[in-house]
Design a protein around this ligand. Structure first.
Ligand code: HH2
Length: 255
Protein backbone atom coordinates (compact mmCIF):
# COMPACT_ATOMS: atom_id res chain seq x y z
CA UNK A 1 0.00 0.00 0.00
CA UNK A 2 1.52 3.28 -1.15
CA UNK A 3 0.78 6.48 0.78
CA UNK A 4 -0.49 9.74 -0.72
CA UNK A 5 -1.06 12.43 1.92
CA UNK A 6 -3.13 15.29 0.49
CA UNK A 7 -2.35 17.37 3.57
CA UNK A 8 -0.41 20.43 4.65
CA UNK A 9 0.92 18.91 7.86
CA UNK A 10 1.68 15.18 7.51
CA UNK A 11 4.81 14.33 9.44
CA UNK A 12 6.98 13.27 6.51
CA UNK A 13 5.47 14.72 3.33
CA UNK A 14 3.07 17.46 4.50
CA UNK A 15 2.47 20.07 1.77
CA UNK A 16 4.08 18.08 -1.06
CA UNK A 17 0.85 16.67 -2.48
CA UNK A 18 -1.74 19.19 -1.32
CA UNK A 19 -2.51 20.16 -4.90
CA UNK A 20 -4.75 17.55 -6.56
CA UNK A 21 -2.62 17.31 -9.72
CA UNK A 22 0.48 16.50 -7.67
CA UNK A 23 -1.34 13.96 -5.52
CA UNK A 24 -2.71 12.22 -8.63
CA UNK A 25 0.69 12.16 -10.29
CA UNK A 26 2.22 10.71 -7.12
CA UNK A 27 -0.49 8.05 -6.82
CA UNK A 28 0.12 6.96 -10.42
CA UNK A 29 3.83 6.81 -9.75
CA UNK A 30 3.35 4.62 -6.69
CA UNK A 31 1.13 2.30 -8.70
CA UNK A 32 3.76 2.09 -11.44
CA UNK A 33 6.40 1.36 -8.80
CA UNK A 34 4.43 -1.68 -7.68
CA UNK A 35 1.81 -0.59 -5.13
CA UNK A 36 -1.25 -2.84 -5.24
CA UNK A 37 -3.26 -0.21 -3.37
CA UNK A 38 -2.82 3.55 -3.05
CA UNK A 39 -4.01 5.05 0.26
CA UNK A 40 -5.30 8.63 0.01
CA UNK A 41 -5.57 10.70 3.18
CA UNK A 42 -6.70 14.31 3.63
CA UNK A 43 -6.22 14.61 7.40
CA UNK A 44 -2.93 14.07 9.18
CA UNK A 45 -3.08 11.77 12.20
CA UNK A 46 0.46 12.47 13.36
CA UNK A 47 0.77 13.02 17.12
CA UNK A 48 -0.59 16.48 17.94
CA UNK A 49 -2.35 16.93 14.57
CA UNK A 50 -5.42 19.15 14.48
CA UNK A 51 -8.67 17.82 12.97
CA UNK A 52 -9.59 18.90 9.42
CA UNK A 53 -13.23 19.99 8.73
CA UNK A 54 -15.30 17.69 6.49
CA UNK A 55 -15.56 20.18 3.61
CA UNK A 56 -11.81 20.63 3.44
CA UNK A 57 -11.07 16.92 3.70
CA UNK A 58 -13.61 16.25 0.92
CA UNK A 59 -12.10 18.96 -1.27
CA UNK A 60 -8.67 17.36 -0.87
CA UNK A 61 -9.57 13.68 -1.20
CA UNK A 62 -12.48 13.14 -3.58
CA UNK A 63 -10.99 14.59 -6.80
CA UNK A 64 -7.85 12.50 -6.24
CA UNK A 65 -9.88 9.33 -5.63
CA UNK A 66 -11.97 9.96 -8.75
CA UNK A 67 -8.96 10.58 -10.96
CA UNK A 68 -7.01 7.54 -9.72
CA UNK A 69 -10.04 5.25 -9.98
CA UNK A 70 -10.48 6.48 -13.59
CA UNK A 71 -6.89 5.42 -14.23
CA UNK A 72 -7.59 1.93 -12.88
CA UNK A 73 -5.72 2.36 -9.59
CA UNK A 74 -7.05 0.39 -6.60
CA UNK A 75 -7.63 3.14 -4.06
CA UNK A 76 -7.92 3.06 -0.29
CA UNK A 77 -9.23 6.11 1.56
CA UNK A 78 -7.77 6.99 4.97
CA UNK A 79 -10.54 8.79 6.88
CA UNK A 80 -12.38 8.73 10.18
CA UNK A 81 -15.45 10.56 8.81
CA UNK A 82 -18.53 8.51 7.85
CA UNK A 83 -19.76 11.07 5.28
CA UNK A 84 -16.45 10.99 3.48
CA UNK A 85 -16.40 7.17 3.62
CA UNK A 86 -19.75 7.11 1.79
CA UNK A 87 -18.59 9.61 -0.83
CA UNK A 88 -15.30 7.78 -1.37
CA UNK A 89 -17.12 4.47 -1.81
CA UNK A 90 -19.46 6.20 -4.27
CA UNK A 91 -16.36 7.43 -6.13
CA UNK A 92 -15.11 3.86 -6.44
CA UNK A 93 -12.57 3.28 -3.69
CA UNK A 94 -11.72 -0.36 -2.99
CA UNK A 95 -10.92 0.03 0.71
CA UNK A 96 -11.79 2.32 3.59
CA UNK A 97 -8.91 2.68 6.07
CA UNK A 98 -10.06 4.06 9.42
CA UNK A 99 -7.46 4.68 12.14
CA UNK A 100 -10.47 5.05 14.48
CA UNK A 101 -11.69 1.50 13.69
CA UNK A 102 -15.17 2.64 12.56
CA UNK A 103 -16.13 3.83 16.04
CA UNK A 104 -17.57 7.22 14.92
CA UNK A 105 -21.33 7.41 14.83
CA UNK A 106 -22.53 6.27 11.40
CA UNK A 107 -19.19 4.75 10.33
CA UNK A 108 -20.37 1.13 10.40
CA UNK A 109 -23.50 2.06 8.43
CA UNK A 110 -21.35 3.89 5.88
CA UNK A 111 -19.30 0.81 5.05
CA UNK A 112 -22.13 -1.71 5.15
CA UNK A 113 -24.10 0.25 2.54
CA UNK A 114 -21.80 -1.04 -0.22
CA UNK A 115 -19.24 -3.80 -0.65
CA UNK A 116 -15.82 -2.47 0.15
CA UNK A 117 -12.74 -3.73 2.01
CA UNK A 118 -12.01 -2.17 5.38
CA UNK A 119 -8.88 -1.66 7.44
CA UNK A 120 -9.57 -1.63 11.18
CA UNK A 121 -6.77 -0.01 13.19
CA UNK A 122 -6.07 0.18 16.91
CA UNK A 123 -5.39 3.59 18.44
CA UNK A 124 -5.19 4.49 22.12
CA UNK A 125 -6.68 7.96 22.68
CA UNK A 126 -6.79 10.37 19.75
CA UNK A 127 -4.13 11.98 17.57
CA UNK A 128 -4.05 15.30 19.43
CA UNK A 129 -2.95 13.65 22.70
CA UNK A 130 -2.21 9.97 22.04
CA UNK A 131 1.57 10.13 22.52
CA UNK A 132 1.44 12.03 25.82
CA UNK A 133 1.51 8.96 28.09
CA UNK A 134 0.41 5.75 26.46
CA UNK A 135 -0.20 3.00 29.01
CA UNK A 136 -1.12 -0.66 28.77
CA UNK A 137 -1.22 -3.64 31.12
CA UNK A 138 -0.43 -6.10 28.32
CA UNK A 139 -0.24 -4.25 25.02
CA UNK A 140 -0.46 -7.34 22.80
CA UNK A 141 -3.46 -8.79 24.66
CA UNK A 142 -5.27 -5.44 24.72
CA UNK A 143 -4.67 -4.57 21.06
CA UNK A 144 -5.63 -8.03 19.83
CA UNK A 145 -8.79 -8.10 22.00
CA UNK A 146 -9.76 -4.68 20.63
CA UNK A 147 -9.20 -5.72 17.00
CA UNK A 148 -11.11 -8.98 17.51
CA UNK A 149 -14.04 -7.14 19.08
CA UNK A 150 -14.19 -4.51 16.32
CA UNK A 151 -14.00 -7.17 13.60
CA UNK A 152 -16.81 -9.10 15.31
CA UNK A 153 -18.93 -5.94 15.53
CA UNK A 154 -18.41 -5.21 11.83
CA UNK A 155 -19.26 -8.78 10.85
CA UNK A 156 -22.40 -8.66 13.01
CA UNK A 157 -23.39 -5.51 11.11
CA UNK A 158 -22.96 -7.27 7.75
CA UNK A 159 -19.34 -6.67 6.69
CA UNK A 160 -17.91 -9.82 5.11
CA UNK A 161 -15.15 -11.57 7.02
CA UNK A 162 -13.09 -11.57 3.78
CA UNK A 163 -13.37 -7.78 3.56
CA UNK A 164 -11.64 -7.09 6.89
CA UNK A 165 -7.96 -6.23 7.42
CA UNK A 166 -6.56 -5.64 10.93
CA UNK A 167 -3.81 -3.19 11.90
CA UNK A 168 -2.16 -2.85 15.34
CA UNK A 169 -1.60 0.87 14.65
CA UNK A 170 2.13 1.36 15.17
CA UNK A 171 2.77 4.73 16.80
CA UNK A 172 -0.87 5.44 17.63
CA UNK A 173 -0.71 5.83 21.41
CA UNK A 174 2.36 3.57 21.71
CA UNK A 175 5.94 3.91 22.88
CA UNK A 176 8.89 2.21 21.18
CA UNK A 177 8.52 -0.70 23.64
CA UNK A 178 4.81 -1.06 22.84
CA UNK A 179 5.54 -0.97 19.10
CA UNK A 180 8.29 -3.56 19.46
CA UNK A 181 6.04 -5.91 21.48
CA UNK A 182 3.31 -5.60 18.82
CA UNK A 183 5.83 -6.14 16.05
CA UNK A 184 7.03 -9.37 17.63
CA UNK A 185 3.37 -10.38 17.99
CA UNK A 186 2.57 -9.98 14.27
CA UNK A 187 2.38 -13.78 13.78
CA UNK A 188 -0.09 -13.95 16.66
CA UNK A 189 -2.17 -11.12 15.19
CA UNK A 190 -2.15 -12.82 11.78
CA UNK A 191 -3.44 -15.97 13.52
CA UNK A 192 -6.66 -14.11 14.42
CA UNK A 193 -7.78 -15.07 10.92
CA UNK A 194 -7.69 -11.75 9.06
CA UNK A 195 -4.94 -10.26 6.89
CA UNK A 196 -2.76 -7.86 8.88
CA UNK A 197 -1.53 -4.45 7.74
CA UNK A 198 1.62 -2.93 9.23
CA UNK A 199 2.49 0.77 8.95
CA UNK A 200 5.89 1.84 10.24
CA UNK A 201 7.12 3.87 7.28
CA UNK A 202 9.31 6.80 8.41
CA UNK A 203 7.69 6.77 11.85
CA UNK A 204 9.13 8.20 15.06
CA UNK A 205 9.87 4.72 16.43
CA UNK A 206 12.36 4.24 13.56
CA UNK A 207 13.89 7.60 14.46
CA UNK A 208 14.27 6.44 18.06
CA UNK A 209 15.97 3.23 16.93
CA UNK A 210 18.35 4.83 14.41
CA UNK A 211 18.74 8.38 15.74
CA UNK A 212 17.80 9.69 12.29
CA UNK A 213 15.43 12.53 11.31
CA UNK A 214 12.35 11.75 9.25
CA UNK A 215 13.99 12.40 5.86
CA UNK A 216 16.71 9.83 6.61
CA UNK A 217 14.56 6.86 7.60
CA UNK A 218 14.40 5.08 4.22
CA UNK A 219 16.65 2.14 5.13
CA UNK A 220 14.93 1.66 8.49
CA UNK A 221 11.51 1.84 6.80
CA UNK A 222 12.42 -0.75 4.18
CA UNK A 223 13.89 -3.04 6.86
CA UNK A 224 10.75 -2.70 8.99
CA UNK A 225 8.44 -3.41 6.05
CA UNK A 226 10.42 -6.49 5.00
CA UNK A 227 10.50 -7.81 8.57
CA UNK A 228 6.77 -7.16 8.91
CA UNK A 229 6.06 -9.25 5.81
CA UNK A 230 8.36 -11.99 7.11
CA UNK A 231 6.42 -11.88 10.39
CA UNK A 232 3.07 -12.41 8.70
CA UNK A 233 1.84 -8.98 7.54
CA UNK A 234 -0.16 -9.18 4.29
CA UNK A 235 -0.03 -5.44 3.65
CA UNK A 236 2.64 -2.87 4.38
CA UNK A 237 1.70 0.82 4.25
CA UNK A 238 4.73 2.68 2.91
CA UNK A 239 5.86 6.00 1.43
CA UNK A 240 8.75 4.46 -0.53
CA UNK A 241 7.12 1.86 -2.74
CA UNK A 242 9.92 1.20 -5.22
CA UNK A 243 12.54 0.43 -2.57
CA UNK A 244 10.13 -1.66 -0.50
CA UNK A 245 9.00 -3.73 -3.47
CA UNK A 246 12.64 -4.39 -4.44
CA UNK A 247 13.44 -5.59 -0.90
CA UNK A 248 10.43 -7.91 -0.75
CA UNK A 249 11.06 -9.27 -4.27
CA UNK A 250 14.68 -10.00 -3.36
CA UNK A 251 13.66 -11.87 -0.22
CA UNK A 252 11.01 -13.83 -2.09
CA UNK A 253 13.47 -14.87 -4.78
CA UNK A 254 16.27 -15.84 -2.42
CA UNK A 255 14.54 -17.35 0.58
N1 HH2 B 1 -0.36 5.54 9.85
C1 HH2 B 1 -0.62 6.82 9.49
C2 HH2 B 1 -1.82 7.13 8.85
N2 HH2 B 1 -2.73 6.18 8.56
N3 HH2 B 1 -3.42 3.93 8.61
C3 HH2 B 1 -3.19 2.66 8.96
N4 HH2 B 1 -4.09 1.70 8.67
N5 HH2 B 1 -2.03 2.28 9.60
C4 HH2 B 1 -1.07 3.19 9.92
O1 HH2 B 1 -0.05 2.79 10.54
C5 HH2 B 1 -1.29 4.56 9.57
C6 HH2 B 1 -2.50 4.89 8.90
C7 HH2 B 1 0.40 7.87 9.76
O2 HH2 B 1 1.31 8.01 8.72
P1 HH2 B 1 1.23 9.12 7.55
O3 HH2 B 1 -0.01 8.98 6.75
O4 HH2 B 1 2.47 9.08 6.76
O5 HH2 B 1 1.26 10.50 8.32
P2 HH2 B 1 0.14 11.56 8.71
O6 HH2 B 1 -0.86 10.87 9.58
O7 HH2 B 1 0.91 12.64 9.41
O8 HH2 B 1 -0.51 12.04 7.44
Amino acid sequence: MGIVNVTADSFSDGGRFLEASRAIEHGLRLRDEGADLVDIGGESTRPGAQPVPLDEERRRVIPVVEALVREGVAVSVDTMKPTLMREAIEAGCAMVNDVNAFRAEGAVEAITARRVAVCVMHMQGEPATMQSQPRYGDVVAEVSAFLRARAAALEAAGVLHEAIVLDPGFGFGKTLEHNAALFRALPKLAALGYPVLAGLSRKRTLGEITGRPVEERLAASVAAALLAVQNGASFVRVHDVKETVDAIKTWMALR
